[in-house]
Ligand binder design. Structure first.
Ligand code: HSE
Length: 410
């Protein structure tokens, strides 16, 4: 039984950065419609922040010590916007154990500890909700869990990171180098000062783990998902892709193989320029789900930003408030080494750029379709292969100096 006091559900926000302040803003600004839609009064009672400066419209709500929230029986829902897996894991665990529902946008925490936290929520009859952790404001986890529940899902493929999609879009459309496009993304406030988590694919990896866990019902951990970012993508690759009517996109994919195991990975891909995902540009995200009844369905929108993310967090708060006397059921099974299969053994078509000549490629017996680009140096060759496992390709290429190696999405 959760905490509802005199027909009122009290909320505590942990952290007051971009997402936390956005959540406070939406809860306050749309308070009337939120109460009406929840059929209960949803009140922001506390905001926990590390800093001592308590000023502005919420100054009476600020607290520094989590135990004030933990031990207040009036608090029914805790919104964790701290991020990471340190304090966020500690506070989430304590809040669930104290019988409070928890809502978060923290993809790292859900990707690494989602199974145990969902189990804890179940044990204590409360909700643990995280719609905003994937795709920011795009509704994807709830549709996957509920609206597509009648489907056997075969695969989930997504452009899951806005920063890298912005960088690739600027390389493709404006001819900027990776470094120039990254600098522009930083100047516009899309990319962090330390862009590692985005450009190396870690952010997309956490998101595909969450999507795979929901879609296939077993926890998939980041360590089971080989991850490659976009730092190796060059303007030469962009030009070769264009020459065969394709675009380079960073995709997170989780595919159910014939033996039922999940093949999940994050990597740059060449995709058909006419494909729906190719039209997803700038900081937008999109997730394509393939189900046996529905076929392909695509979810598209803003994957980050203060208010889009707050929109998803507050919707989860409202859902938790509606289920304050019960529990919003979200769960999946435990992870394990038997859950996934490495993409290494799975055949894909490949795009290859390497030092060499067309003769060498022909001699390698790769049955390759050669590509060309204006201004290519004489000792550079690029081509598309037939479907083959990476190991087979690497053996055929032995002795040739590799530039880029990306999958081709069929
Ligand atoms: N940094 C992420 C992105 C947003 O660029 O998509 C939060 O996941």
């Amino acid at each position: 039984m959760q905490n509802e006091v005199n027909g009122m559900v009290n909320i505590a926000i942990l952290g007051f950065g971009t997402v936390g302040s956005g959540v406070a803003e939406v809860l306050t600004k749309n308070s009337g419609l939120i109460d009406g839609r929840v059929n209960n009064q949803v009140r922001l009672k506390y905001i926990m922040r590390a800093r001592d400066i308590f000023e502005g419209p919420y100054k009476d709500l600020f607290v520094k010590d989590f135990s004030t929230i933990e031990h207040d029986p009036e608090v029914g829902i805790v919104v964790e916007t701290i991020g990471g897996v340190g304090a966020a894991l500690d506070y989430t665990t304590r809040a669930l154990k104290a019988g409070k529902s928890v809502v978060t946008a923290n993809k790292e925490l859900v990707a690494t500890h989602g199974y145990e936290l969902l189990q804890l929520a179940k044990e204590h009859g409360v909700s643990y909700l995280f719609e905003a952790s994937v795709g920011g404001g795009i509704p994807i986890l709830r549709p996957l869990n509920a609206c597509l529940a009648a489907n056997e899902v075969d695969q989930v493929t997504g452009i899951l990171n806005g920063t890298t999609n912005y960088i690739l879009t600027r390389m493709i459309k404006a001819g900027l180098t990776f470094e120039q496009a990254l600098k522009e993304a930083q100047d516009k406030g899309y990319a962090e000062k330390d862009p590692t988590a985005d450009v190396e694919g870690h952010d997309a990896c956490r998101k595909i783990c969450i999507l795979a866990s929901i879609a296939f019902g077993r926890h998939v951990y980041p360590r089971q998902v080989p991850t490659e970012g976009i730092t190796g993508v060059t303007l030469a690759d962009v030009a070769y892709a264009e020459s065969c009517n394709r675009k380079i996109k960073l995709l997170g994919r989780a595919v159910k193989e014939l033996d039922g195991k999940i093949c999940a990975y994050v990597a740059p891909h060449l995709i058909d320029a006419e494909a729906p995902l190719a039209g997803v540009e700038d900081v937008f995200n999109a997730i394509m789900v393939k189900g046996d009844a529905i076929g392909d369905v695509m979810f598209y929108g803003r994957g980050a930003g203060k208010l889009p993310t707050a929109s998803a967090v507050v919707a989860d708060v409202m859902d938790a408030a509606r289920h304050i006397r019960s529990r919003k059921r979200v769960e999946w099974g435990p992870g394990g080494e038997d859950v996934t299969v490495s993409p290494e053994g799975v055949p894909f078509r490949w795009y290859v750029r390497c030092a060499g000549t067309a003769e060498k490629v022909r001699a390698a017996g790769l049955d390759a379709a050669l590509l060309s680009r204006p201004g290519a140096p004489a000792d550079e060759v690029a081509f598309l292969t037939r479907a083959m496992p990476r190991g087979e390709l690497m053996s055929a290429l032995s002795g040739m100096e590799l530039g880029s190696l990306f999958r081709v999405l069929e």
